[in-house]
Structure formats: structure tokens, C-alpha cells
Design a protein around this ligand. Structure first.
Ligand SMILES: Nc1ncnc2c1ncn2[C@@H]1O[C@H](COP(=O)(O)OP(=O)(O)OP(=O)(O)O)[C@@H](O)[C@H]1O
Length: 539
């Protein structure tokens, strides 16, 4: 029974079944077409409702038809006192899935898939001249089989055209005081806290906040006290949201999330976001993390997905202590001054460490999900005694170590070995994409070749990366990249000096960074091997 009395069993040609959900302005039912038997979701609202969202939605839906992840509108109308929309019946919302999982955070692989899909949905809506304006977990739902890997956008009750269909002009900005449209958790700071007119940038910022929320234990800080019930509580929430710094919200998360949030906040009112760039960023993140590259949203996650932790290095969940932990414990015991030695000597420690490592190795092979690589703690070359920091995959870790060694190389022979090693690491991975660690190696190699005396270990900070990425915006088509790399492959064998090699490495880095795919091609590998070969000769 709604405040307007009970909703009839039949509306339009539909027989109403189970109530799927109720929002502020109406209810959604599973409903069956009485003639065709087709099952839909029927969104029902009283015609006198103070917020007649069905009426708005009915006008926007036609512009969104045909887009992936946009529900089909099958019928709409008013019957008696009831305004209805018959749309595709869909599955659970991200909110439901997330809550039901009982986990503190969502896994990174799922969030990358959500990010790629949501950015695509927003790009589509924006291309049709429409802003969503109410991005939240409850408004992203998965399809029913066979479309359960696709995320659909629903609830266009707050949506609005930002391009005037007659003049084709962008809506104007305004400083006039306006009522807030959106939701408490994810609406952008500009719209929610500063009363700005929403535009494309704000849909994207809401999406960014949603991704961060999913990766943060207990969610974004301002969501933790529930929906504000008083004006004061709402003001407190807005202040908390306005003053939260991206670096604090994103501490412990992969850089991409902080960069994306900053990017959204830097966009101008009328600026068109670079959707492709951010899809590519989240794809590359999945690759760098050794996660499946697919943007399919697979729920529950069945692949080798990493449990997300914001708090520190991921720990092996094997029963034996992790090797480095065991080493620390044993060292502490060795150093305990108890009069009589507890552990005889260093050899005993080393033996125990070896056993712990073997045990960890055994456990890790039993459960590939939990620990994918045991770092050899006893060798000091490419492996190290430290566990990779959070979000460094074995590939990233090896590349980081290799970069450090390249920065310390004293001669061409040493550099040559390292370039061969670089090729081996890239080729041993299923993804041959140049990740940020790969680019850092290329930067380092370039600097060593150009002038080792002024070499400084390049540290890619978020800010530097953003600057680099500006360059990427001028994308070059793949055929340009292929042409340049093929030329470099040919020319490298005739390079007569380190400076000539440096220039080629620089060109290779740039063309790979600027191209739409950062995969190292056959020519790319041949070029790198050519550099290594040349270095052996140019002593
Ligand atoms: N097409 C659909 N198929 C299945 N369930 C749906 C569908 N559309 C909506 N729902 C369910 O109904 C809930 C409310 O839907 P929706 O957000 O469109 O309604 P609303 O009245 O605008 O809600 P709110 O006031 O919360 O914005 C959703 O969270 C979802 O669980």
C-alpha cells in the first residue's frame, strides 16, 4: 500500500508480480505482459507524486536506446492514477552484491571492471547529450543471464540534457543558488558542497568516488554515520567531503584512483572528459596487477583476484609464517640475551628460514589464490629479502629491482645484461604491456645511455605520471607506432654510440607511450634485443 492507496494488480498490459524495490518516488515490480508473456520491470509512480521522475525518464529513455548497458524501454504511459515505465528486467545492484559479499572491500579486479564499464556507460550517455546526475551503487545493476557480466545504468529520474537539442549548445554555468540534485555519498564536491551546476565532469567524479568507496574498508569517511537526518548533520557531512584530500582518501590504493579523482576535479565545466584514456588506465592497472584484462564484471570473482588491502603489504595466508616473518622472528630470538644462546648460530637461522620458505612454497602451490610467488629471500640479485610492497606484482617488483640495477650499472656490458633481462621479464608474462614500471626502466636506460654522469633515478610520482599522461592524450594510431618501431629495429644494429642508442630508446618509449596500445610487439622485442646486442659491442 503506497501513500496514494494500493497499486492495482494490472497496469497497462502488465500483471504485477513481486516488488523488486521501492525508491523515494515509486516502486518497481516484476511484471508480465498479459498477451505476450514477456517479463519486464515495471516502474510505477502515482501521477500526483511531488517528484514525478517517471515523467522525466520517459522523455530521456528514447535517447538512450541501443547503447550497451542501457535498459530497453518496452512501454510507458499513464493508466488511471499510475504512471508506468516497462523496462528490461535486470539483476542485482552493485550495492546488493557488495553488501551480500560480506567483505570489507571489493576486489581490485571487480573494481577495474566496474570502472571500465561505468566510464563507457557515461561516455555513451554523454554522447547522447544526457547527464546521469545520480551515480551510485544502487543505480548500477547487472543484467540477468546471459548478460550478468554487463553493468546497466538505471534510474534516470535525476538525469538531464546538457546539450540543448535545438541549438546543440552546452547548458550554461551559473552561480545562482540551486537545490542539490544527486546523492549524499558520491555526488561531486562541486555539485554537493559548492552548489555548482552539474556537467560531465561531475558524473565522472561521482564514479571515481564510488570506486574509491568500494576499495576502502568501511567505505568513504563521510558515509560511515549513515544518511544525515538533520540539516546540521548534512552540513557536517558536506564539510567532511569538501575537506577530504584525494591523497588521504586514496592512501594505499593504486595511483590510478587518486589520479582519476584529481583529473575529474580539474576538468572545466564544459570540457569533454577523455574516457578512452581512463578506460586504458584501468585496463593497464589490471595488467600491471596480473589481473584478468577483461572488462567483464564476473561476480562472484572466481579468478586469481587479489583481496584488497589498504593497510599494508598483503600477507600470505599460509599456515607457516611467511619467510621474511620467520627470519625476523628467528633473528629476534637469536638476539635475545637470555644468558644461554637459544639458537646456536647463524647457520641454524638460515636452515630454519629455508624450511619456512619451503613450507610457504608448499602452501602457495596448494592455494594459488593466496600467494602467487614466493620471493627467494636468500639470493640477493633479482630477488630481494623484502616482500613486494602492496600492489607490486611479481612482474612490477622484478622491473623495479631491475631499474635500480640499471641506475647503478657501471658499463655497457652490465647494461646489456639488464636489457636482456628486461626482455625476458616482459616475455615471461602473459601480458606484454609496458606498465609504469616498464616505462621507468626505459627512462632509466635512456638516461644512462644519454649521460650516465648526470643520472638520477627517476621516481614516477602521481604528478609526473599525470604530466606524462597529458602527452598520451595526443594519441597516435597504431600503424604509426608499428612503423616507428620497425624502423628502430632496423636502425639499432647500426647505432654507433651510446647517444645514438639513447635517442632510439627515447623514441621507442615515446611512441609506445603515445600509442593506443602499450603492448610490446615482435619488432619492439627485436629492437630491445638489438639495444642489448649493440651495448655488448660498444664497450
Ligand atoms: N530494471 C530493473 N530490474 C530489476 N530491478 C530493478 C530495475 N530497476 C530498478 N530495480 C530495483 O529497484 C530499485 C529502485 O529502482 P530505481 O532506483 O529505478 O527507483 P527509484 O524510485 O528512482 O529509486 P530511488 O528513489 O532510490 O532513486 C533498484 O535499486 C533496483 O534494486
Amino acid at each position: 500500500m503506497s501513500e496514494f492507496g494500493s497499486i492495482p494488480r494490472y497496469i497497462g498490459n502488465y500483471y504485477l508480480g513481486e516488488n523488486l524495490g521501492s525508491g523515494y518516488s515509486g516502486s518497481i515490480f516484476r511484471a508480465t505482459h498479459v498477451h505476450t508473456g514477456e517479463v519486464v520491470a515495471l516502474k510505477v509512480q502515482h501521477v500526483n507524486h511531488e517528484c514525478p521522475t517517471n515523467r522525466y525518464e520517459r522523455h530521456l529513455y528514447p535517447s538512450l536506446q541501443g547503447g550497451e548497458g542501457m535498459p530497453t524501454l518496452w512501454a510507458c504511459g499513464v493508466e488511471g492514477a499510475w504512471d508506468y515505465l516497462a523496462i528490461d528486467l535486470l539483476g542485482a545492484s552493485l550495492d546488493n552484491l557488495y553488501r551480500k559479499s560480506g567483505k570489507e572491500t571489493m576486489d581490485l579486479s571487480s573494481v577495474c571492471a566496474i570502472a571500465i564499464q561505468l566510464i563507457t556507460r557515461l561516455e555513451f550517455m554523454h554522447s547522447r547529450g544526457i547527464l546521469h546526475r545520480d551515480i551510485q551503487l544502487g543505480n548500477c545493476v547487472i543484467g540477468l543471464p546471459p548478460n550478468e557480466r554487463t553493468i546497466y545504468m538505471i534510474d534516470f529520474g535525476f538525469s538531464k540534457r546538457y546539450i540543448d537539442p535545438y541549438t546543440q549548445r552546452h547548458i550554461p554555468d551559473s552561480r545562482a543558488k540551486r537545490d542539490f540534485i544527486g546523492n549524499y555519498w558520491f555526488s561531486s564536491v562541486g555539485v554537493h558542497c559548492r552548489g555548482k551546476v552539474p556537467s560531465r565532469r561531475d558524473d565522472l567524479e561521482a564514479a571515481a568516488l564510488m570506486f574509491i568507496h568500494l576499495l576502502t574498508p568501511r567505505g568513504l569517511p563521510w558515509t560511515r554515520n549513515g544518511v544525515p537526518k538533520t540539516e546540521e548533520a548534512h552540513d557536517r557531512l558536506k564539510k567532511e567531503k569538501r575537506t577530504a584530500r584525494p591523497e588521504d582518501l586514496c592512501r594505499g590504493l593504486p595511483d590510478e584512483f587518486e589520479e582519476f579523482l584529481r583529473y575529474c576535479r580539474r576538468l572545466q565545466f564544459q570540457e569533454c572528459p577523455d574516457y578512452e584514456r581512463w578506460r586504458e588506465e584501468f585496463r593497464a592497472l589490471a595488467v600491471a596487477e596480473d589481473l584478468p584484462e577483461s572488462e567483464d564484471f564476473i561476480w562472484p570473482p572466481v579468478h586469481r583476484s587479489k583481496p584488497h588491502s589498504k593497510t599494508g603489504p598483503r600477507r600470505s595466508r599460509s599456515h607457516a609464517p611467511a619467510p621474511e616473518e620467520m627470519e625476523r622472528i628467528l633473528n629476534d630470538l637469536t638476539n635475545l640475551d637470555l644468558g644461554d644462546p637459544v639458537l646456536g648460530d647463524r647457520e641454524t637461522v638460515d636452515e630454519a628460514v629455508r624450511k619456512a620458505k619451503d613450507a610457504a612454497k608448499d602452501d602457495s602451490t596448494k592455494d594459488d589464490n593466496q600467494s602467487r610467488e614466493v620471493i627467494d629471500i636468500t639470493s640477493d640479485s633479482e630477488n630481494d629479502t623484502t616482500i613486494p610492497p602492496p600492489f607490486l606484482t611479481p612482474k612490477a617488483y622484478k622491473l623495479t629491482k631491475l631499474t635500480k640495477r640499471a641506475s647503478e650499472a657501471l658499463d655497457n656490458a652490465g647494461l646489456s645484461e639488464l636489457v636482456f633481462e628486461f626482455v625476458r621479464i616482459l616475455q615471461s608474462n602473459s601480458s606484454r604491456t609496458l606498465t609504469k614500471e616498464g616505462f621507468t626502466f626505459i627512462d632509466t636506460l635512456y638516461k644512462q645511455l644519454a649521460d650516465p654522469s648526470v643520472f638520477v633515478l627517476p621516481m614516477r610520482t602521481s604528478r609526473q605520471r599525470s604530466a606524462d599522461k597529458k602527452l598520451q592524450q595526443e594519441k597516435e594510431p597504431t600503424h604509426v607506432k608499428l612503423g616507428v618501431v620497425a624502423r628502430l629495429r632496423r636502425e639499432v644494429l647500426g647505432a654507433s654510440s651510446n647517444r645514438a642508442l639513447a635517442k632510439m630508446v627515447e623514441d621507442f618509449g615515446q611512441v609506445t607511450n603515445k600509442s593506443s596500445g602499450r603492448t610490446v610487439t615482435k619488432d619492439g622485442f627485436a629492437f630491445l634485443e638489438g639495444v642489448a646486442e649493440r651495448l655488448k659491442v660498444l664497450q
